[in-house]
Write a protein that binds this ligand. Structure first.
Ligand SMILES: NC(=O)c1ccc[n+]([C@@H]2O[C@H](COP(=O)([O-])OP(=O)(O)OC[C@H]3O[C@@H](n4cnc5c(N)ncnc54)[C@H](O)[C@@H]3O)[C@@H](O)[C@H]2O)c1
Length: 444
């Protein structure tokens, strides 16, 4: 099939590359000219394991192309995916300007029947708006072209995106047309090992499914984080509690690991957008407000512990930070817990030496320049370089190279042998036996 993907970010690029790998002819369109110029040279804007070889091999095979405008399409697409960003607006609602602009462009360009698939996470009812905008544009062109709008929310996880795409837990498709159903089925058949994993429903149900899925996961995290804080106060090891409850098949082991808060481009903004949707419909989102509030507090747990240990003035303290991305496997730092930690430490005049296996270029571009220029924040070349003369190490992101650190080397490098473990990665007994002070989330 001929596919067009509007938006070449995390979702658009993965979608485009994976569908090209399945033999489709894919053109990714992005308004960011720099991004497209780099992609044409095989330079990817993001780190995602396995994505670079997939993009380059499909470009070399002539199945994957990059352009900056729909004007450049040489063939009429059978399917157009909208995969642009839907960030939070000032009031917390999802900002639809990019989706609606994409819809306008589609209406201004299509000349044949096609299926327009919304992959961006959009509030309930946006597919109807997309349909109306496309129709209005066609009317302006005095064209009578049939098209269908489908909601196909994306569930990939950054860091495991290709595997998630090729081996999905489920594919949700909201539609109201048999023509579109046949096309979507044909599109996904190559990756459908289990047909029962494909769920057709109506469009609004599909739009809502994405928000409820993310809100449920965020709820599990925030609930467990709150329990961790309580365990901490009561001298209970939350890790044992986690193992105890996770063995209950009704609860399960996923998303019950306490930590220093969730971040990323999805959970924070999607919880906010769902809150707004509830409020707009006269429902008080009590649970969602609590989920958000707990996460806000949780990101402060590590800086507060540092202040408790060293006092409010950190002028003579050097703090090492391992991990800047919002989770391992990605260089995405949107809403990362590391940002709250760094801001709090730098505000109190600490010297911070940070290291991340892949997010350093993103960090360098994203951090306020005065943080770096003042020398107060230094980005280390290696994880152990960050530890030289450090008064504490804070683990924020549980990248694999941090899992089994060389404690002997660390003891030689660090001024004070103190580890604050924001992801409960380390065994407190082992660290204490190695004469490290240890603080975990709910298990000190
Ligand atoms: N990142 C994830 O893990 C993930 C997972 C599931 C769903 N989603 C959802 O998918 C959507 C996209 O997220 P993302 O992380 O890929 O975003 P992103 O910010 O990485 O990429 C969006 C891209 O769209 C481009 N763009 C904006 N307007 C455009 C236009 N009119 N025409 C062409 N390109 C345009 C931008 O330049 C940017 O490159 C969001 O709704 C998000 O909530 C993201």
């Amino acid at each position: 099939m001929n596919l067009t993907v509007i938006g070449a970010g995390y979702v658009g690029l993965v979608t485009g590359a994976c569908f090209a790998e399945l033999g489709n002819h894919v053109t990714c369109v992005d308004v960011n000219q720099n991004k497209i110029a780099n992609l044409k040279q095989g330079i990817l804007p993001i780190y995602e394991p396995g994505l670079e070889p997939l993009v380059t091999s499909n470009m070399n095979e002539g199945r994957l192309h990059f352009v900056t405008s729909l004007d450049e399409l040489t063939v009429s697409p059978d399917v157009i995916f909208i995969a642009v960003g839907t960030p939070s607006d000032k009031d917390g609602s999802a900002d639809m300007q990019y989706v609606l602009e994409a819809a306008r462009n589609i209406g201004a360009h299509i000349n044949n029947y096609c299926v327009v698939v919304d992959k961006s996470t959009v509030p309930v009812g946006v597919a109807d708006q997309v349909r109306k905008i496309i129709q209005d544009e066609l009317n302006k062109r005095s064209l009578s072209i049939h098209f269908d709008v489908v909601s196909n929310p994306e569930f990939l996880r950054e860091g495991a995106a290709i595997d998630d795409f090729m081996r999905p837990d489920r594919i949700i498709i909201g539609l109201s047309s048999e023509d579109a159903k046949a096309i979507m089925l044909a599109l996904y058949t190559p990756i459908l090992r289990h047909p029962e994993k494909l769920f057709f429903m109506n469009i609004k149900d599909a739009e809502m499914t994405k928000y409820v899925a993310n809100a449920m996961l965020a709820t599990k995290i925030s609930f467990m984080n709150e329990m961790a804080v309580l365990c901490d106060r009561m001298g209970v090891d939350v890790d044992n509690v986690r193992i105890g409850i996770g063995s209950d098949s009704r609860i399960g082991n996923s998303f019950i690991y306490p930590g220093c808060g969730y971040g990323g481009s999805c959970f924070p903004k999607d919880v906010k957008a769902l809150i707004k949707m509830a409020e707009n419909h006269g429902v008080e989102p009590l649970v969602l407000h609590a989920v958000e509030a707990r996460n806000h507090h949780q990101k402060k747990v590590l800086p507060e512990k540092i202040i408790e240990l060293f006092g409010n003035d950190l002028s003579n303290k050097k703090i090492a930070v391992w991990g800047l991305s919002f989770k391992p496997g990605t260089d995405d730092m949107r809403e990362a817990s590391s940002l709250v930690l760094l801001e709090s430490l730098l505000d109190r005049n600490a010297q911070v030496h940070a290291y991340d296996p892949v997010a350093m270029p993103v960090a360098r571009a994203m951090f306020p320049q005065d943080w770096l220029q003042s020398g107060q924040l230094q980005l280390a070349e290696h994880q152990y370089d960050a530890l030289q003369d450090a008064d504490a190490l804070v683990l924020v992101t549980e990248w694999k190279p941090f899992c089994y650190p060389d404690l002997t080397a660390m003891k030689k490098l660090m001024r004070r042998h103190l580890i604050l473990d924001g992801r409960n990665q380390y065994d407190p007994k082992q660290l204490k036996a190695a004469e490290f002070e240890y603080y975990g989330i709910g298990r000190s």
